[in-house]
Design a protein around this ligand. Sequence first.
Ligand SMILES: Nc1ncnc2c1ncn2[C@@H]1O[C@H](COP(=O)(O)OP(=O)(O)OP(=O)(O)O)[C@@H](O)[C@H]1O
Ligand SMILES: [Mg+2]
Length: 466
Amino acid sequence: MVNILVIDDEPSIREFLDIFLRREGYNPTLVEDAVSGIAKLGEKTFDIVLTDLRMPRGSGMDVLRWVKDNNSSTLVLMMTAFATTENALEAMKGGAYDYIIKPFKVDELKLVIARAIKRINLENENTKLRHQLETRTARQRLIGSAPALKDVLDIVERVAPTNSTVLITGESGTGKEMVARAIHSRGLRAADPFVPINCGAIPENLIESELFGHVKGAFTGANQDKEGLLTAAETGTVFLDEIAELPMLMQVKLLRVLQEKQVRPVGANHDTQIHCRFLAATNRDLEEEVKEGRFREDLFFRLNIIPIHLPPLRDRKQDIPLLAESFLVKYCEEQNRNMHGIHDEAMAQLVAWHWPGNVRELENTVERAVTLGQGTALSLKDLPQRVRDVERSNSFSANFEVQEIPEQGIPMEDWLEAYESHLLTLALEKTNGKKKEAAKLLGLSFRSFRYRVAKLGIQNGLDDET
Ligand SMILES: Nc1ncnc2c1ncn2[C@@H]1O[C@H](COP(=O)(O)OP(=O)(O)OP(=O)(O)O)[C@@H](O)[C@H]1O
Ligand SMILES: [Mg+2]
C-alpha cells in the first residue's frame, strides 16, 4: 500500500485529494500545514509527500528541507498555485521529485503520481538486486569470528597467492572444501579451473587413468586417448579430497608427480608436464594413518607443507549465531520465504547442541526450519527434536558469567553485544513486545532502546509505535 502524505491549507483541496487518492487505491494522510506535516513525517514512513508550496504555517520548502535533512527516501511532489516557473524550479533544485501547478486536472495528477510510483518501484527493485548480490557474495564467504577460525582465514589469505601445497584437515562438514575453494579464488589461479577429485569415490583400478589419463589400447575399454584430470586442470587448482583413501600404489605415484610435476598417462611411454597447484583434504588423522602404516610418510610430509586445521563447530560455539543467521538469509532468499530472525530460545538450543555433523549439519537444520517453519521468525518448534531436547547447561545465558578468561581469550565486544541483545530480548518478552515499556524496564530512553534493537537486529515483527 502506497502511503501518501497530503499537506494543504485549503480544506476543499484536502477533501478532493482524500477522495481521489483513496479511489486510486492509495493510502492518504491529510494535514493542513507544514508543521503538522513534518510531525507526521517523523512518526511514520511515507512513500510520497504531496505538499502545497505556500501555506500560512511554514512552506512546502520547509517540508522538502526536512525530508532531505533526514535522508528520507520519501519523494516530494510540490503543488503550487502560482503559475510561475521560478517557484517550481526552486523546489526542483531543492530536491523535489516533481511539481504540479494548481488548478490541475485529475489526469495531470494521476500522471505525476504514477511517475513517482514508478520511480519508487525502480528503487525498490535496485535495493533488492543489491541485496541479492551481497548475499550471493556472502554465500561464498567463510563465516566465523572465533579465534580459531580467524587464524584459518589468516592462513588462507597468506597462502592463496602462492603455489604451496596445503593440507586441510578437520571433521566432516567443517568447511574443508570451502577453504580449498577460498584459497583457489583468492589466488592467482582464480580464473583457471578448480578441479575437485574425491579420491575415495573413484574405483581403485580407474584412479590412475582418471588422474593421469591413458592412451588408446592401454587396457580393455580404452578405445581412445583420454586426458587425465591433472592435465585438464591446466594452470588451475586440483583439490585432492579424501586423500587418506588413496591406495598405497597411487600414493607412490602421486608423490612422484608432486615432486617432478610430470605425469605419465597409463600406457604411454613419455611424461607430460603439468602446471596445476595441489590442495588436499582429509577428515582422518593423517599422522595416525602414517603410524598405522596406511599412509606413506614421505607423501604426508610432501602434502603437509602448510597445514590448515578446521576445528569442529562445538569448539567454536560463538560462530553458531553468525552462521545460523547467514544460512537463514540464504535459504529465505532461495525459497522466497520471509523470516526475520531466530528467536532467542531457538538460538540458545542451536548453541547448546554439539553438532557432530558440524557446519553442514547446522546448515541443513536451518534449511529444514525455513522449509517447514510457519512463523515470521525461526522458533524452537522449527528445530529437530534432538536439538530441541538438548540440556542447556552450557547455554548462551549461562555462558555470560565468565569466571576466568580462557587461554585463547574472549572477544569482549561480541560478548557485550550478545549480553545486550539478551537483556533487550528478555525485556521485550516481559512486556509482550511493547517497546516503550521494555525501554522503561531497562532504564533506557525510547530512542536509545529503539536504536539498540535496530542495531542488534532484534526483530519480533513488532509495531514501532508501541
Ligand atoms: N565457515 C563457514 N562459513 C559458511 N559456510 C560454511 C563454513 N564452513 C562450512 N560451511 C558450509 O558447510 C557445508 C559443508 O562444508 P564443506 O563441504 O566445505 O565441508 P567438508 O569439511 O568438506 O565436509 P566433508 O568432510 O564432509 O566433505 C557447506 O555447505 C559449506 O558451505
Ligand atoms: Mg568435503
